[in-house]
Ligand binder design. Structure first.
Ligand code: URP
Ligand code: ZN
Ligand code: ZN
Ligand code: ZN
Length: 508
């Protein structure tokens, strides 16, 4: 492991705080191609105290201001990862990357904000929220929270309102899988959808049929298949398609927007495509592992190697990933996450002899920006402006923090990356910045490199060195009623006005 962030902690620990905040708070980025989701142009960017103050050609500044030459490079909004699990207690373990190590790695890869999932404590949202506030205290980059709903009662319903109105949470996730732990039934999902709608909060689903997965697992064990391949075989794409369709239909019935997390199969993607074609507000989030990897690794004879790739829904057969890439390019799917959820080799080994006990999850926070660039832009599947849209802007819009985040505009936060398209990257667990000891993209090479990351107006990644500070990251409150809710009430009004007066029937 690369320990640069540990060194940086020492250098910029508590005593370094004042040094950092007075150091280089004014920066001019000169001559780069500034890329937003809607437009790109050659321009300079001037930032001061964490905010973008000017975007225009030929900005002049005095000599004492730090100037970064970005000629021939792309100046883009920092990535926003909509889906991470740092320091999450899950399947008898806790994910090895916490808010500091995961975020430091993310910054080295050009991501400057992420949204993590708060897990309730015994169903209590407020208790779960307090736990996550504590976990996030050492944050070195900005972050927001989604919240999972795992139980239903009057208290949960009231707490959802408190989370939205007082705690800056505007999205709630419902797990249709993980029977016996997080899974919710259709009745709870519908209650949740109704509550989300009334609060202007976005409902998110992990779409796999948990009862059927349970059956599939029994089948595999009966067949004597206990290795990592049993994980994929026990929960095939049809179960993801079924749950995706079910959640979409219930969201349509309630008439509220829906966000499907980690879309891993053609089956799920097709359901989203069909719903969107009919005008329903459904957002589909593929993750990097689903776009780039295929299930062949799960059959590797080395348990330790194969177990690294165990996540849910599973990484699918080759063909699903390329179809998801095409869907992302054409707007059927809207933004890319990672589902970053790392367990080290020792933790993954809990599942030796029984794939049901392998903690689920893969890495991605540090690699996402590079891998999406190489796979989608360098290959010619999408434009540079679309790259910004799917890695940053669309996430900011969906979670209602645009244009503070997701844009290089006057007044936006100074979360900026400088990517050199002529340089290259290589991924390895020997050089990555996570705490975890393996990497599912080991030895992956590609074109394009994030050379500089600026987060909150500070250069945190430059010359392959991290300069991060625990506590520098801010909690970003996300207000309800994003653009996805505009006009939702019109459809309800139309439905009500379409109801004619009650039919007068004779009963004789
Ligand atoms: O395998 C996964 N995806 N682990 C994280 C939890 C989840 O379902 O998102
Ligand atoms: Zn999930
Ligand atoms: Zn081994
Ligand atoms: Zn997840």
């Amino acid at each position: 492991n690369n320990n640069q962030f540990c060194d940086a902690t020492n250098i910029y620990g508590d005593s370094g705080r004042n040094v950092m905040s007075s150091f280089s708070s004014k920066i001019l980025i000169k001559g780069g191609t500034v890329v937003n989701a809607h437009h790109k142009e050659v321009a300079d960017v001037y930032i001061e105290d964490g905010t973008i103050l000017a975007v225009q050609p030929n900005i002049k500044v005095s000599d004492d201001i730090k100037v970064i030459d970005a000629t021939g490079k792309f100046v883009m909004p920092g990535g926003i990862d909509p889906h991470t699990h740092l320091a999450m207690e899950f399947m008898g373990s806790e994910t090895i990357d916490d808010f500091f190590s995961g975020q430091a790695a993310a910054l080295a890869g050009g991501t400057t904000m992420h949204i993590d999932f708060v897990i309730p404590v015994n169903g209590s949202l407020s208790a779960g929220y307090e736990v996550y506030v504590e976990k996030a205290k050492r944050s070195c980059m900005d972050y927001g929270f989604h919240m999972a709903i795992t139980k239903w009662n009057e208290t949960v319903s009231e707490e959802m309102e408190i989370m939205v109105k007082e705690k800056g949470i505007n999205s709630f996730k419902f797990f249709l899988a993980y029977k016996g732990s997080f899974m919710v039934n259709d009745e709870l999902l519908m209650e949740g959808l109704k509550k989300c709608k009334s609060l202007g909060a976005l409902a998110m689903v992990h779409a796999e049929n948990g009862d059927a997965v349970f059956e599939g697992q029994k089948r595999m064990i009966e067949l004597g298949i206990t290795g990592p391949e049993g994980h994929a075989l026990s929960r095939p794409p049809v179960l993801e398609g079924e749950a995706t369709a079910r959640a979409i239909h219930l969201a349509s019935f309630v008439n509220t927007p829906l966000y499907v997390v980690h879309v891993m199969s053609i089956d799920a993607m097709d359901e989203i495509a069909r719903a969107r074609k009919s005008g329903q507000r459904v957002v589909g989030e593929p993750v990097v592992s689903g776009l780039l990897l295929n299930d062949s690794v799960l059959w590797d004879p080395d348990f330790h190697f194969a177990a690294r790739y165990v996540m849910s829904p599973p990484i699918r057969a080759a063909g699903h990933g390329t179809a998801l890439q095409a869907a992302l390019a054409m707007g059927v799917l809207q933004l890319v996450g990672t589902d970053h959820c790392t367990f080290n080799s020792t933790q993954k080994a809990l599942g030796i002899g029984d794939f049901r006990k392998i903690p689920n999850g893969v890495n991605g926070m540090e690699e996402r920006m590079h891998l999406v660039w190489d796979t989608m832009v360098v290959s010619g599947q999408i434009s540079v402006t679309d790259y910004v849209r799917i890695t940053s802007t669309e996430c900011a819009r969906i979670f209602n923090i645009y244009p503070r985040k997701g844009a290089i505009l006057v007044g936006s936060d100074a979360d900026i990356i400088i990517l050199n398209p002529n340089s290259s990257f290589k991924i390895s667990s020997k050089s990555h910045h996570y705490r975890t000891d393996t990497n599912v993209y080991e030895n992956w090479k590609g074109k394009g490199k994030v050379e500089i990351t600026i987060a909150g107006g500070m250069v945190v990644w430059e010359n392959d060195e991290l300069k991060v500070m625990p506590g520098a990251g801010k909690y970003i409150e996300m207000p309800p009623f994003s653009y996805l809710f505009d006009g939702i009430d019109k459809a309800d009004a139309k439905f009500l006005s379409s109801l004619r007066a009650p039919v007068k029937r004779s009963t004789t």
